[in-house]
Design a protein around this ligand. Structure first.
Ligand SMILES: NC(=O)c1ccc[n+]([C@@H]2O[C@H](COP(=O)([O-])OP(=O)(O)OC[C@H]3O[C@@H](n4cnc5c(N)ncnc54)[C@H](OP(=O)(O)O)[C@@H]3O)[C@@H](O)[C@H]2O)c1
Length: 199
């Protein structure tokens, strides 16, 4: 399969490359790294990148930013970061990718454990992750040509604990290699409309 992997250079992305790269052609994409450059917050750049890539069988997104801060200091502008980046960035990858994805292809997006296991300072992540998961379920029943869509919701990663440990006390971290298996199931399996929780 020809798989467009947005965020291939990241912590999750690198593990996905390891898992899927041996069996498939990976087109690595990122805003500053990769074979193809695209910024998920900029629909024009997504369109341009898809034109460069041509037809493909799958899009996997392991990118998306949100603003972490205590609730009392959150503002509409801070929430807008996550809405524009992690939420609409991933939605736009799907909407704009429909033109170039082959029949029977798949989209795999990323949410995260904070959907239903919130932490202090994570309200934007919880908001956006929940929205992504609801949207994927809805999109799945309308996608044409046998195209599938799923979302992977990883727990905090072992590899990210240096950065995030103080926010995620009591969470059991997940190795990125285990999260990568859920992306494999989504791309190489046959299910659609699923949320794969890797905890
Ligand atoms: N790490 C965790 O513990 C964890 C757990 C659950 C869920 N998640 C979610 O998983 C996703 C990836 O997390 P991560 O920790 O692997 O991130 P990361 O290590 O910071 O990597 C982010 C990746 O996304 C790319 N990227 C960043 N901004 C982009 C943009 N605007 N357009 C296109 N590509 C962009 C980066 O490449 P460039 O620098 O080239 O843009 C990089 O390859 C995030 O949505 C995160 O919320 C992470």
């Amino acid at each position: 399969l020809k798989i467009v992997l947005v965020g291939a250079s990241g912590t999750i992305g690198k593990a996905i490359v390891k898992e899927l790269g041996a069996r498939h052609e990976i087109v690595a994409a990122g805003s500053r790294t990769g074979d193809v450059r695209l910024d998920i917050t900029d629909p024009v750049s997504i369109r341009t990148a898809y034109r460069q890539i041509g037809r493909f069988d799958a899009v996997v997104c392991a990118a998306g930013r949100v603003h972490f801060a205590p609730l009392a200091s959150m503002t509409a502008d801070y929430y807008a970061v996550g809405l524009k980046d992690k939420l609409m960035g991933q939605v736009n990858l799907v909407l704009l990718g429909l033109e170039s994805i082959n029949d029977g292809g798949s989209f795999t997006l990323t949410s995260g454990v904070l959907t239903d296991d919130p932490i202090v300072s994570g309200s934007s992540a919880s908001m956006v992750n929940g929205a992504i998961e609801a949207w994927v379920g809805a999109a799945a029943i309308e996608l044409p040509r046998g195209i599938r869509i799923n979302v992977v919701s990883p727990g905090v990663l072992v590899e990210s604990m240096d950065k995030y440990a103080s926010f995620f006390r009591g969470h059991e971290p997940v190795p990125a290699s285990r999260a990568a298996l859920a992306y494999s199931k989504s791309v190489e399996g046959a299910q659609t409309g699923k949320v794969y929780r890797v905890l």
